[in-house]
Design a protein around this ligand. Sequence first.
Ligand SMILES: Cc1ncc(COP(=O)(O)O)c(C=O)c1O
Length: 424
Amino acid sequence: MKIRRTIPPVAAPVDMNMLFHGITGLFKGESHLKRLERETMDYFNVKHVFFVSSGKAALTIILNALKSLSPERGEILIPAYTCFSVPSAIKKAGLKVALCDIDPKTFDFQQGLLKSAINKKTLCIMPNHLFGIPSDVKGIKDVCKGKGIFVLEDVAQAMGGEMKGNKLGTLGDVGFFSLGRGKNITCGSGGIIVTNSDRIAEAINGIYSELEYPNMKEQIKDLLQIIAMNIFIRPSLYWFPSGLPHLKLGETFFYKNFPVKKLSGMNAGFLWGWQKRLESLNKIRREAARLLNKCLGLQKDYDGAIAYLRLPFVASSKELRDKIYSSSREKGLGISLMYPTPINEIEELEGQFNGMAFPQAKVVSERLLTMPTHQFLSKKDKEDICRLFRTYVNASASDIHKRNAEDIPKKYRKVKDNEAYNYN
Ligand SMILES: Cc1ncc(COP(=O)(O)O)c(C=O)c1O
């Protein structure tokens, strides 16, 4: 364990005001939940909202509701590279995971493959806005048109994002957000379901109304975890939890089971002032992504519209990816790996995808790195990240550290497209 400044890969810290309201939520949770309901309906301009214990719980509830509306269907089509919590929830809802390969530049479905990936058993398609990058929900809706397939948006990593002025999460039939650690905003753990469909809301309500609230003991345990998280998420202290392997920070799990409950009053209290907070944290992420993009020349057309929760980079080889990652770990720069395999290789789903290949998802699982974009990233951290990438990806510009990340002169070569996206 090295004691030195260490950047967490993602961070959405809480402040004293949120802590105060979180504690009051232990005693007057109902009023916090009512306030949250009103605010969420207004912010997303939706008719129905439900607050639950996690994003996974939200997804499980939605899937059970959709299943009750179309019992003859049982397949959920998801991208072959996504968070393992997604297939965990599909399995928990007693449904079947179906996969479609991804586009490695957007992490969205490869649109050309979608038509052949659906069938009469497809209950819904789940676009997932990974890292905050909006999925082409309109294209997906066109594919589903007239086929009785629902579009369920997974907005766990993109809360507050928009597509042509419309909020992500409201583009399909139903959507959900995660309020877990390291998401756009957090209250420790939580999930929000949004929909404008009365029919879907009624089905969800049938399930939701039977759920329990976490008890006082669970809420206090949660509260202590949020406080600890908030202390140790700071770069001056993050070296400590990141050096404890048993905490398994940053690891991805396929959960065989998890609680499905209502959101606690304490968690709801922590969301005091969430809209302002969401806007300001996302603004910081956009700005950091803009600087890193500019410095590394990753996307020439990036207009600062996407609030990247992490900024993705697909290296030209696994070896290069591993070198950059281990160098970043030594320096504590917060560059991180993502999901270790495509979904078809998850042990618990073994045998389900025999003979099927998802080559782009495989490549991405082996070569993807993500850069932090959160509020703890200093100007020097951004410069150090740029310098590190330049060292490995484009040695000719390795003196980039002499420059400010905000003002990288044009003469420094940009990372070539084929260096970032060479899959052959
Ligand atoms: C894309 C995606 N979907 C769903 C989830 C599940 O959310 P939660 O952790 O709140 O259960 C996550 C969480 O990491 C996620 O990244």
